[in-house]
Design a protein around this ligand. Structure first.
Ligand SMILES: [Zn+2]
Length: 222
């Protein structure tokens, strides 16, 4: 089945210092609620998956309650190196998300570009974050999302070797259920209603379609 996967990062006011360029990916609570309502009313609502990256505190404080209110769920990709730090989730928060019916996966430890790491560094980012989250969640964990959407063959091979079964990129467009690599679209604060509807409808501009095709062929070779 084809589906569309949205990625959110932060909702409301950040409670930590943001990295350069990160503010574009934070959206106000009202806008977030608008987008969730658009998902709920979309003809393909059942084909839309919602994900969150970075493990910001707003995942639990703001986003999860709004999801529950609408009967939606989501998968939250956590950075274990930020757990318990100001503005980020702590281990109890992660367990709360699970109790609320949400899924949890790894986004690595320190929010590094996985395509630029040595084999040993990559092993540490992927393996150690998985082990720690499994300890916190009390069950096996099979999914990861790729920081900055940057990956190469070595990244995908190491993800498989570390036991991940589903990996979320930021390549845009449709994703096919059951595939190892799942393309997502990041939602930015400045996106218009028309842009959101295009994403929900599965439309992808021609240039992005070409870039996506070039990147995703990598997965066939990993
Ligand atoms: Zn991230």
């Amino acid at each position: 089945m084809k589906r569309r996967i949205l990625t959110f990062h932060g909702v409301g006011e950040p409670e930590r210092l943001l990295d350069p360029g990160e503010a574009d990916y934070w959206i106000g609570l009202d806008r977030f609620c608008d987008i969730l309502d658009r998902v709920c009313h979309h003809v393909d609502r059942d084909k839309v998956l919602i994900t969150f990256d970075d493990g910001n505190l707003s995942d639990l404080r703001l986003a999860a309650p709004e999801l529950c209110r609408r009967g939606l769920d989501a998968e939250f990709f956590v950075l274990t190196g930020r757990l318990g730090k100001t503005g980020s989730l702590d281990p109890d928060d992660v367990r709360w998300l699970l109790k609320m019916g949400m899924g949890v996966g790894s986004h690595g430890i320190d929010h590094r570009d996985w395509s630029g790491l040595s084999d040993g560094e990559l092993e540490w980012e992927l393996g150690q974050s998985k082990r720690l989250l499994e300890e916190i969640c009390g069950h096996h964990l099979h999914s990861a999302s790729i920081p900055f959407g940057r990956y190469n063959r070595a990244t995908l091979a190491k993800l498989r070797a570390c036991g991940y079964e589903t990996v979320y990129s930021s390549d845009g467009g449709d994703a096919t259920t059951g595939r190892f690599l799942q393309a997502r679209t990041s939602i930015r604060g400045g996106m218009t209603d028309a842009m959101i509807d295009h994403i929900l409808d599965g439309h992808l501009p021609a240039m992005r379609r070409l870039r996506r095709a070039a990147r995703m062929t990598l997965s066939a070779w990993s």
